[in-house]
Design a protein around this ligand. Structure first.
Ligand code: BG6
Length: 485
């Protein structure tokens, strides 16, 4: 029987010396300490290093300040440090048995490890008895990438399911911890005016952009052979598609929510090999005023065909969305940091004749994640003055208070994990459906090479070939608060 909550659970961070733990996880935990949200949580840092506990604490503190840019107040640090113990160990049976001895009651195991080690770690923990819920709940947290294609994702899920129950698995996508992403469902379903027009009768197209100015940042070991399609579109952007496109919920229920997300992903029209050229575009950054070419980054093969930009046009074949394309794109070393979901409405059916100043344009609803966590609605109104004419206004609700940093989204997700709130984690079939959509593209892209684009630009020219007449990609150098066309 699964337990739901306890006063003093333990969070074991496997891979505590790695970049992920130091850059994101420990800073998120420390942030929660600052907000006094950790209760009686005990933290076990588990790594292969020959560290003393003090050395481990020093490395964690360095990550919090130098990598995450947080300030450490002495008293908060003292409280945090008291929770942390260090256990030296590898992913082998003997070490897991020792780990078992440090765990009492409820425990979550966070695999902050390279993805190829997930099956070994998950199995090893289970064989040491650490998945058994006889003495408290046991949860396993894994990070994307969940496989590198459909077959490997199915294989990974199978291997996890041999030792762990789906209810014990927490697949993290940090976008789902972002304030604005969580707001998509609330805004859609808590407002009477919106849902009736959120369909193909009123929406012309949807555009989802995740543009970054950063390049590889020394992550060649992870990124080479993965690329933008797997790194961003398969995970974060496909989640945004599911949240924007899914049907309303009858109640706030974990299974129902995931059923609806899966239903939306299942409705995406499968791409045939012949569609890939028309519906998918890839690019790789060349040199530019703000950086070296991808091929010159340390650790990158000289003839690498890994894409650093991917764009995709999807059709959703259901009553709600038939005929409304969804455009997705994401890339590194682009002109600005901009992540948003923009819903472009159709033009009003009728333009008032008799006054040339009346130039209504389609409305636009934009959920912006970066640079400003905000919700924006572009509307037409009367321009002030003596002449009767229209002007475009942006109604803007700012969530700037909530931090846009990745470690801030991890805070939310860690609390959800401890409270068994599973809605912001991925179910196995969601992951598989996202791969199913992209598999034909990945297969086609195993040959040929990406189009080069200038570092600091809007990405490859080829992206424009995806657009239907009257649609346009948002210019990345425009004011980050979306203006009207
Ligand atoms: C990660 C990707 O999942 O998301 C990175 O691996 C990317 O390549 C990052 O930079 C973007 O996250 P955010 O929160 O900064 O938009």
């Amino acid at each position: 029987m699964a337990h739901t909550g306890s006063m003093n659970p333990t969070l074991v961070v496997l891979g505590a010396s790695g970049d992920m733990a130091r850059r994101l996880l420990f800073p998120a935990l420390f942030g929660l300490e600052q907000q006094k949200r950790l209760g009686g949580l005990r933290i076990v840092a588990y790594a292969r290093r020959d560290w003393t506990r003090q050395q481990c604490l020093d490395i964690i503190a360095e990550g919090i300040t130098d990598l995450a840019g947080l300030e450490i107040a002495k008293s908060t640090w003292a409280r945090f440090a008291r929770r942390v113990s260090f256990v030296k160990g590898d992913l082998i049976a003997e070490d897991f048995r020792q780990l078992h001895e440090c765990i009492e009651g409820d425990a979550a195991f966070y695999l902050a490890l390279p993805p190829d080690l997930f099956p070994t770690a998950a199995k090893g923990l289970a064989e040491a008895g650490l998945s058994s819920e006889t003495k408290g709940w046991r949860r396993l947290v894994i990070e994307k990438p969940f496989g590198v294609d459909l077959d490997s994702a199915v294989g990974l899920n199978k291997s996890l399911h041999t030792d762990w129950d789906e209810q014990q698995l927490f697949r993290i996508d940090h976008y789902l911890g972002k304030e604005t992403v969580q707001n998509i469902l609330v805004f859609r379903f808590a407002n009477r005016f919106l849902e009736p027009v959120l369909n193909c009768n009123h929406v012309d197209y949807i555009q989802i952009t995740a543009a970054e100015t950063l390049g590889l940042e020394g992550r060649a070991g992870y990124y080479e052979g993965i690329g933008a399609m797997r790194d961003m579109l398969q995970s974060h952007l496909m989640q945004l598609v599911a949240l924007v496109a899914m049907e309303p919920l009858a109640k706030w229920d974990n299974d129902l929510l995931h059923d609806h997300k899966v239903e939306a992903l299942r409705s995406v029209r499968p791409l045939r090999p012949a569609d890939v050229k028309k519906q998918a575009v890839r690019g790789q950054y060349g040199a530019g005023s703000d950086g070296v070419a991808y091929l010159d980054e340390p650790g990158v093969e000289k003839n690498s065909t890994t894409e650093t930009f991917a764009a995709l046009k999807l059709h959703i074949d259901n009553w709600r969305w038939a005929g409304t394309p969804i455009y997705l794109r994401s890339g590194k070393r682009l002109a600005s940091n901009l992540t948003e979901v923009a819903i472009h409405f159709r033009q009003p059916p009728f333009h008032l004749p008799g006054n040339d100043g009346f130039v209504p344009t389609g409305n636009r609803l934009v959920f912006q994640l970066r640079p400003h966590e905000s919700i924006n609605l572009a509307v037409e109104a009367r321009a002030p003055g003596f002449t009767m004419r229209t002007e475009s206004l942006m109604l803007h609700a700012d969530y700037e208070e909530s931090s846009t940093s990745a470690s801030a989204s991890y805070r939310q997700l860690i609390l959800d994990l401890l409270e068994n709130e599973r809605t912001a984690f991925l179910r196995f079939d969601e992951v598989e459906w996202a791969w199913r959509i992209l598999d034909p593209v990945l297969k086609a892209w195993s040959k040929g090479k990406p189009e080069s684009y200038e570092s600091g630009s809007d990405g490859p020219e080829g992206q424009h070939s995806l657009l239907q007449s009257g649609h346009r990609w948002r210019d990345l150098t425009e004011d980050p608060l979306p203006k009207h066309d």
